[in-house]
Design a protein around this ligand. Structure first.
Ligand SMILES: Cc1ncc(C[n+]2csc(CCOP(=O)(O)OP(=O)(O)O)c2C)c(N)n1
Ligand SMILES: [Mg+2]
Length: 364
């Protein structure tokens, strides 16, 4: 654990240790947020280099977000920030299964997507600082990351708003006879929105090449899924409108990757839209840099469960089982920190966009 002084309270960042302390390894409890998942996917022989790639990507997201939390009290980052600590395996597992040319749409909680798709750290931190070398030229901030060069076509702060845009892109791909697949990432809160069902209906009607990825962290701000839906098995509810799919735990990157590969293959072959509901857990406050894993809106036991299912811990453990040494894992951590140092220094020096740039890239 690494304590860091935040604006209002001490933030505790959880280490990426593979073996949680004994106090956290007591008898497993039923998942406090999500009902049971459909059976796990069989992941055939993942190569060790691929597992390293997963870990590197997970680590990049975790350490970048930790850096954002540390920088936030300086007010250099003016944009609201929605961190994805604890949810990293969703972005990494799905994005690693994509092909070049596929298009991805996300939400305001989009840091993981940008980095998992291979977005550069310099463009990332420059965007956090609203600088001109940012991936969105300093005009989007944390909530509106765009990087078409790696397939990230848009992220938006309006809940569910990218889903119809992604569906339109899938229609375009279908008309153009393109082989690209579209992936729309959204939270459980988006399943409360009418436009989600309109989009799903249209995608089913036209058999569009789109994968819907429901990142179910159990909460929309502080409201639990069960307080908003009469049924909490959302993938089954959506099967009722014809959207086939499966639910699985989204913290094991190997499982997410396996499920995404299978789903993407089917969508690419023209079988129509599919849903992946990936259950996970947010460790930090809905918006802002503080850890609120102890937040009063959470149920007792949630924290212990979350710490046991740390996406980085799970992946690190898998690597150690395959003979990786702690030394090599720690060296990767140190290298990533240095790369982040350089990216932050670059972002500090980058200029703010000038007045002349304000209307560039804006639809009029
Ligand atoms: C259309 C719309 N309604 C309400 C809000 C306010 N709001 C911001 S985030 C959020 C919760 C979304 O939860 P979820 O989709 O589960 O995503 P998470 O934050 O858990 O990643 C709400 C209601 C909004 N941004 N847009
Ligand atoms: Mg949510």
């Amino acid at each position: 654990m690494e304590p860091v002084k935040g604006r209002r309270e001490t933030i505790v960042f959880i280490s990426v240790s593979p073996n949680p302390p004994k106090s956290q390894t007591s008898a497993p409890r039923a998942h406090p947020v999500h009902p049971p998942a459909t059976p796990p996917v069989r992941v055939r022989s993942l190569s060790t280099p691929l597992l390293w790639r997963f870990y590197e990507s997970l680590l990049r997201i975790r350490l970048s977000e930790q850096r954002i939390s540390r920088l936030y009290p300086t007010d250099k980052i003016q944009s609201p920030i929605h961190l994805s600590t604890g949810q990293e395996a969703v972005s990494v597992g799905v994005c690693q299964a994509l092909r070049k040319g596929d298009h991805v749409y996300g939400t305001y909680r989009g840091h993981g997507l940008y980095l998992a798709l291979g977005g550069g750290l310099k463009g990332f931190f420059a965007e956090m600082f609203a600088k001109t070398h940012g991936c969105s030229h300093g005009k989007g901030g944390s909530m509106h990351l765009v990087a078409p060069e790696v397939g990230l076509m848009g992220c938006s702060a309006i809940v569910a708003s990218m889903i119809p845009v992604a569906t339109g892109d899938a229609l375009a791909a279908s008309i153009q006879g393109s082989s690209r697949v579209i992936v729309a990432f959204f939270g459980d809160g988006a399943v409360d929105a009418g436009v989600f069902y309109e989009s799903v209906n249209f995608a089913l009607l036209k058999k569009l090449p789109i994968l819907f990825v429901l990142e179910n962290n159990g909460y929309a701000v502080h409201s639990k899924v069960a307080e908003r839906h009469s049924r909490t098995d959302l993938h089954r509810v959506l099967a009722g409108v014809g959207l086939r799919g499966r639910r699985l735990e989204g913290n094991d990157v190997r499982q997410v990757y396996g499920a995404a590969q299978e789903a993407l293959r089917s969508v690419r072959q023209g079988a129509g839209p599919l849903l992946l509901e990936l259950t996970t857990y947010r460790w930090q406050e809905h918006v802002g840099p503080q850890s609120d894993i102890d937040g009063s809106y959470r149920r007792p036991g949630e924290k212990a469960r979350a710490l046991r299912r740390d996406p980085l811990g799970i992946c690190r453990h898998a690597l150690l089982e395959r003979g990786a040494t702690s030394r090599r894992l720690d060296a990767l951590c140190a290298r990533t920190e240095s790369e982040i140092d350089r990216a932050v220094a670059f972002a500090e020096k980058s200029p703010f966009p000038g007045v002349g740039q304000l209307l560039r890239g804006v639809y009029r």
